[in-house]
Write a protein that binds this ligand. Structure first.
Ligand SMILES: Cc1cc2nc3c(=O)[nH]c(=O)nc-3n(C[C@H](O)[C@H](O)[C@H](O)COP(=O)(O)OP(=O)(O)OC[C@H]3O[C@@H](n4cnc5c(N)ncnc54)[C@H](O)[C@@H]3O)c2cc1C
Length: 540
C-alpha cells in the first residue's frame, strides 16, 4: 500500500472518499480508477488561518495496476511525497496456558474501560476471567441514572461513577488521549470499539469521540463477546477486602446482595476507578502501598456552541459542515498553579455525576451528534498537598469537603451562577438568572457558587478567565454559566506498582485511572490491555 500525508481539502466535504480519490489522482497523475482501497488514516481540522478552515488528511491506498507503483514512488508532483505503507497489527496472545484450577481464573475488579479491556485480552487468551462490578449492568444502571437526574434520588452503588462501562459511560465519549498513535494498545482500543459497533471515524479522526448513546451500545456488544469467550460477569458485587498471606494474594472478600462471601484467587486486576474511596481505604488497611497524587478541581462553564464555533472557525463556518468546535485552554496563575480547561464537551450537557449521599460532583457528557447547541468544559486548577494538606487521603478528604459544600450550597441540586455574579461575588439574594438556558442533566438552582472554592483557587480561576477571554472572545461574558463542583478529574491516589505492573502484593495488578496510571477512557482501556498482556506473560 501507499501513503500520502497532509492532503488539504476545503470544507464542506460531501462525499469524502470520492473527493479524496479525485484529489489523490490529481496529486499523483493517476486516474481515479487506478486508486483502490482508499483508507483514511487521519483527518483533522486546521483552523489556524480561519475563516479559511481546511480538513487535513493522511491516506493510504493500493493500485488496481500494481506495476504503476514504481513510478509513483519515484515521481514527486505538487510537492507531495508518496511512501510505502504497511498497517500495524497487534498480535493477541490466544489460547495461552491451561487453567489447572478454578482459583487460577483471573479476577478483574471493575467493569470500566480498564476492567473491560483487561478482561477482553484475558478472555481472548482463553483464561475465562471473572469480572466483579459493584454497580449494575448497563441497562439497569441507565435507569438508575435517569431516575437520579429526574428525581434527585441517588443510588450510591449505581450512578454516573459506578456500574457496567465505568465512569465514562455517561460521557462525551472523547477517545483522544495523549497515548493515542504512540501506544499500540491505544490504537487497539479504538479498533476494538469500532469492532463492537462504534463509528469507524474513530479510527482516523484526530479527536475521536463516541457519544454516550453509542458507547452504551458498544459496551453491550463487548459484554456479549466476553461471555462468548468464557468470561463471567458479577454485578452488584463489591470487593471489600483482599485475603493476603506472606505478601501473596490468596483470595478476595466481596459483598453481594448484602452478604459477605470469599473466593480463592491468585491473580487480580484492580480496575476500580477514581471514585472508589471506600475501596481505597480497605485496600490500604490490607497493606497495599499507595501514595497521594496531584489532581485538579474547579467548576464547569457553559457557553453557546455558536460562540465557540465562531471563535474557532471564524465567520461563515455555518456553511462548511464542520464538527461542533472544541477548545483547550491553559494558563499559569501568579500562584504558580496551572488552570486549564478539562473534558470539554461540544454540543453537550453538564451532568450531576455524584456517587455519595450528601455530596455533589458535576461532569460533562454529549450524544454522538453533539447537537445540544451548548458547549461546556471544566475550568480546573491543579491541586496538591500544598492546598489540601498532608496525609495519604488528604486529597480524598478535600474532594469530599468540596462536594459536601456544593451539595449544601445547592440544597441537594447543582449550584449554578452566571459569570457576572460569580466574579463580582454578588449577594445571594441578588443573583441574576443567565440569558443562557442551563443545559444540565440533574436538578439545579442559582446559588452563590463564588463561595465554594477556597479563595486561592477562586483567585486563580478569576485571573485565568481574563486570559481565556482574550483567546476566545466572549468566554468571560456576563452570561457564561458556572456549575459546581468539578472534583473528580483524576484519582487523588496512586496504588504503587513495580515494573512488572504488580503491586507490593504478589498477584495484584493495579490498573487504570483509579490506580493512578491513566486519565480518560482510551488510556484506561490501554492500561487494561497492558496489564492483561503482562499477567499472561508472567503467569500463564
Ligand atoms: C461524566 C463523565 C464524563 C467523562 N467524559 C470522558 C470523556 O469524554 N473522555 C474520556 O476519555 N474520559 C472521560 N471521563 C473519564 C473516564 O470516564 C475515566 O477516565 C475512565 O472511565 C477510567 O476508566 P477506569 O476503568 O480506570 O475506571 P472507571 O471507569 O471509573 O471504572 C471503575 C469501575 O470499578 C467499579 N468498582 C469500584 N470499586 C469497586 C469494588 N470495590 N468492587 C467492584 N467494582 C468496583 C466501579 O463501579 C466502576 O464501574 C469521564 C468521566 C465522567 C464521570
Amino acid at each position: 500500500m501507499y501513503r500520502i500525508d497532509s492532503i488539504k481539502m476545503k470544507p464542506p466535504v460531501n462525499d469524502e472518499r470520492t473527493e479524496l480519490a479525485v484529489m489523490v489522482a490529481k496529486l499523483t497523475g493517476l486516474g481515479p480508477a487506478d486508486i483502490n482501497n482508499l483508507t483514511i488514516l487521519r483527518r483533522s481540522v486546521d483552523a489556524r488561518r480561519k475563516p479559511d478552515v481546511v480538513l487535513v488528511y493522511n491516506i493510504a491506498f493500493d493500485l488496481t495496476k500494481p506495476e504503476r507503483g514504481v513510478k509513483l514512488l519515484t515521481s514527486s508532483r505538487h510537492g507531495i511525497e508518496v511512501k510505502m505503507y504497511k498497517p500495524e497489527e497487534y498480535q493477541y496472545q490466544r489460547r495461552v496456558g491451561r487453567l489447572t484450577a478454578e482459583e487460577m481464573r483471573p479476577v478483574v475488579v471493575g467493569a470500566g474501560p480498564a476492567g473491560l479491556f483487561c478482561a477482553y485480552m484475558l478472555a481472548l487468551g482463553g483464561l475465562k476471567p471473572i469480572i466483579i462490578e459493584r454497580g449494575k449492568s448497563i441497562e439497569k444502571r441507565s435507569m438508575d441514572v435517569r431516575k437520579f437526574w429526574e428525581s434527585g434520588k441517588l443510588d450510591t452503588e449505581s450512578n454516573v461513577q459506578f456500574g457496567e462501562g465505568g465512569a465514562g459511560t455517561f460521557s462525551d465519549g472523547k477517545l483522544n488521549s495523549s497515548v493515542a498513535g504512540k501506544n499500540m494498545f491505544a490504537n487497539e482500543v479504538l479498533k476494538t470499539f469500532a469492532r463492537f459497533g462504534a463509528d469507524k471515524s474513530i479510527l482516523y479522526s484526530n479527536k475521536p469521540h463516541i457519544g454516550t448513546d453509542e458507547l452504551k451500545r458498544v459496551i453491550m456488544n463487548m459484554h456479549k463477546e466476553l461471555e462468548n469467550l468464557g468470561a463471567e460477569f458479577h454485578f452488584e458485587c463489591k470487593l471489600t477486602r483482599c485475603i493476603i498471606k506472606d505478601g501473596v494474594l490468596k483470595g478476595i472478600r466481596y459483598k453481594k446482595n448484602g452478604e459477605t462471601r470469599e473466593r480463592s484467587c491468585r491473580y487480580l486486576a484492580l480496575c476500580i476507578g477514581h471514585s472508589a474511596r471506600d475501596t481505597f481505604y480497605s485496600l490500604s488497611m490490607d497493606g497495599m502501598i499507595m501514595e497521594p497524587k496531584p489532581f485538579a478541581v474547579g467548576l464547569r462553564v457553559q457557553h453557546p456552541q455558536e460562540l465557540i464555533n465562531r471563535d474557532q472557525y471564524g465567520a461563515g463556518y455555518e456553511k462548511k459542515k464542520l464538527p461542533a468546535a472544541d477548545y483547550k485552554l491553559t494558563y499559569k496563575a501568579a500562584s504558580g498553579r496551572g488552570v486549564y480547561s478539562f473534558c470539554m464537551c461540544p454540543g453537550g450537557y453538564i451532568v450531576n455525576a455524584s456517587s455519595e449521599e450528601g455530596h455533589l460532583a458535576v461532569n460533562g457528557m454529549s450524544y454522538m451528534k453533539r447537537d445540544s447547541g451548548w458547549a461546556n468544559s471544566a475550568i480546573v486548577v491543579t491541586v496538591d498537598k500544598s492546598v489540601y494538606g498532608e496525609g495519604l487521603f488528604g486529597g480524598v478528604s478535600f474532594q469530599r469537603e468540596l462536594e459536601m459544600n456544593a451539595y449544601n450550597l445547592g440544597k441537594g441540586s447543582i449550584p449554578i451562577e452566571r459569570a457576572a455574579d460569580y466574579f463580582r461575588e454578588a449577594d445571594a439574594d441578588h443573583l441574576v438568572k443567565s440569558e443562557y438556558t442551563p443545559m444540565i442533566k440533574g436538578k439545579y438552582c442559582y446559588a452563590p457558587l463564588h463561595e465554594l472554592l477556597p479563595r486561592v483557587l477562586y483567585n486563580d480561576i478569576k485571573e485565568a478567565f481574563t486570559d481565556f477571554d482574550r483567546k476566545l472572545p466572549g468566554f468571560a461574558n456576563d452570561n457564561a454559566l458556572f456549575a459546581g463542583v468539578e472534583s473528580r478529574t483524576s484519582s487523588p491516589i496512586r496504588i504503587v506498582r513495580g515494573e512488572g505492573l504488580e503491586s507490593n502484593i504478589e498477584g495484584i495488578f493495579p490498573c487504570g485511572e483509579g490506580a493512578g496510571y491513566a486519565g480518560g477512557i482510551t488510556s484506561a482501556a490501554a492500561d487494561g490491555m497492558k496489564v492483561a498482556e503482562t499477567m499472561i506473560k508472567k503467569y500463564f
